[in-house]
Write a new protein. Structure first.
Length: 214
């Protein structure tokens, strides 16, 4: 008998593309089901460098993430084992001392800018989604988010965008589009694409139920 595994849905795209909105829309469609959201942002590497040096780290480069830990913990969740998920504190540009206990679920939504960059991570996903949004729209959304939620100045946001966010997007994020099963233009505004994703997930869940009952 084949052992049941959770469904893993990877949702990626550039910063401000709307991938979180898409992930949340899918999550909300399955309210009451066994489902969890896992953010790649939680897996930024811990750093012992002084604060002033941590502020200079390129957080849009693959090496900024502890991908090995993310893979390890995703495998644990796929084996229906709980994990102690790390917590990243943006105010100190470092990993917090706290962790969050996360119990396994039947559906896992993994969201982040570089989740399709590592083949080991891609191999753990059942559905890979790329949210495709124009650069100018993503920049506007990033400015609004970082000023409101992270207390950053407009100058610092634009400086970081030009220095790392934009070039890293074109070097590392956008090329991963070719690995996606589904490309969603316009992010969370694309209700048709979200409905198709939800239908596909329901179909996989239904097939799993039928297999378990045989």
């Amino acid at each position: 008998m084949v052992k049941k595994k959770p469904i893993v849905i990877g949702v990626t795209g550039g910063s401000g593309s709307g991938k979180t909105t898409v992930s949340r829309a899918i999550f909300d469609q399955f309210a009451g089901h066994s489902l969890l959201m896992l953010q790649e942002d939680s897996y930024y590497k811990a750093s012992t460098a002084p604060f002033v040096e941590r502020r200079k780290i390129n957080y849009d480069h693959p090496l900024a993430f502890d991908t090995d830990l993310l893979i390890e913990q995703l495998k644990q969740l796929r084996d229906y084992q709980p994990i102690d998920k790390p917590v990243y504190d943006y105010t100190i540009h470092n990993r917090s001392q706290e962790v969050v206990r996360q119990d396994p679920k039947d559906v896992i939504i993994l969201e982040g800018i570089l989740i399709l960059d590592d083949p080991r991570l891609r191999d753990l996903m059942d559905i890979k989604v790329y949210v495709d949004t124009d650069d100018d729209i993503r920049l506007i959304r990033r400015i609004k988010r970082d000023m409101k939620e992270r207390g950053r100045s407009l100058d610092s946001i634009i400086t970081q965008y030009l220095a790392t966010v934009r070039p890293m997007y074109h070097q590392f994020v956008e090329p991963t589009k070719r690995y996606a099963d589904i490309i969603v233009p316009e992010g969370g505004q694309n209700q048709v694409a979200i409905d198709l994703l939800v239908t596909k997930i329901r179909d996989i869940l239904a097939r799993q139920v039928r297999t378990d009952s045989v």
